[in-house]
Design a protein. Sequence first.
Length: 190
Amino acid sequence: MLAIALLVPLAWLLGTFPSAQIVARAHGRDILKEGSGNPGASNVARLIGWRAGALVLVLDFAKGAIAAGAGLAIGGRVGACILGVAAVVGHTLPLYRKGGKGVAAAGGALVVLYPLIVAGLAVFWFLHKASLASLLMTILFPIAVFVLGYDRWEVAVVGGLAVLVIARHGANIRRLLRHEENDLGVRRSA
């Protein structure tokens, strides 16, 4: 577990990698000042196009998957949870810029430990509102982990991640309730 503890800061730093900002900047856009202002795949997709959004999604997903995969290899399921959570926290709460909402990074971490649950809940991505799909998956994930009989500590970790992701979606929840949330395919002008 010492090795896992030593890797926590590196997993957090991996999570802070500004994927959306780099991809948007390559297209001459400032993702933090345009669209929703969120540095995530949905905002990039709306502003620049689905290919750029998909690239950000893959990069953010990789942050969580790499951290959790390293944790699994070194410290088993506990190590995967610790390093995966560190990467998600780094993604959502970096020190030097606005963080993302954590859905893709959490998805990457969770697919390492629960690939069948991720595959089962991925059906929600067929919804036209990314925030609604994200919230539904986030709410249902800890329930699925509990129902499938995983250890209580795993349910608690996944539940904690769910709380973090939901908290980061406050503005989206308010827009959904007012029926003002944009569809995933709607591009916004600069």
